[in-house]
Write a protein that binds this ligand. Sequence first.
Ligand code: PEP
Ligand code: MG
Length: 313
Amino acid sequence: ALRAEVEGWRGPGATADGLPVKLLANVADGDSAARAAQAPVQGVGLFRTELSFLNRSEEPSVEEQTEIYASVLRPFADAGHVVVRTLDAGSDKPIAFATHAGEENPALGVRGLRLAFDNPGLLERQLDGIAAAASETGVETWVMAPMVATVAEARDFAEQVRARGLKPGVMVEVPSAALLAHRMLEVVDFLSIGTNDLTQYTMAADRMATDLAHLTDPWQPAVLQLIAITAHAGTQAGKPVGVCGEAAADPLLACALVGMGVTSLSMAAAAVRAVGSQVGRVTQRQCEEAAEAALSADDPAGAREAVRGVLLG
Ligand code: PEP
Ligand code: MG
């Protein structure tokens, strides 16, 4: 019966008592965007642009970039907004024409937005391509930067995005950004929490290291605390705060995130029905109780058990 309920779930996302929760898709290219548009989502919460450049030796021209971005935007014409993430090169995603070679510790090196400041033309050309695709398709386009660590970085990025008539935001992937979420929201219009990297940097545990899986777990109470701080800042500022890391695809954790004040959940399209149906089975109050229970637990297992108790009785 549960399976039928999940498969039959049509959206839009909301708790049983009607609190809206935007459910969005994570996409990589035009094909995955077209497939995602068939799922019950209200748009794209994370378009990972760097995935289009992984096997390119040279930077694509602005015209070619425009075509790639437009192919992702087009399926969402009249079907919600699309959040485009600027190049997240470096560390686990080396890009031949951008990444610094020979870094001893690439996860802590020149990656994400840091590369853009190091090579300003690269970011400017990418923003030009995104702006051109947005005007060509007429799709509401938000633009966010990965790996932001300081308010000054967020301000600089936001100015460049606004100059092109688009809506700026930053990802919260570094603990410093979570701790200063309220200040970040003074300069940007939205935040999106990348729990994969936020967990890696909070726990000082490589997200690729399978023998550290007990640490790279978004149910770690320290990670949940940083998410709660970020979501609370969004509630106070009246601005959207989403989650676009793997955590958003876990139906029980998703409810706890909603209870913390997260306003959207972005995930692989295949996970949307299970998450939407679970969120729709519980009330906002239950989500808040789940958040409190998870935040008071000592470890991930305790947090999971406490949240199951609140949400599944
Ligand atoms: C994240 O870090 O959670 C995230 C969504 O970005 P990526 O997985 O692409 O690093
Ligand atoms: Mg990340």
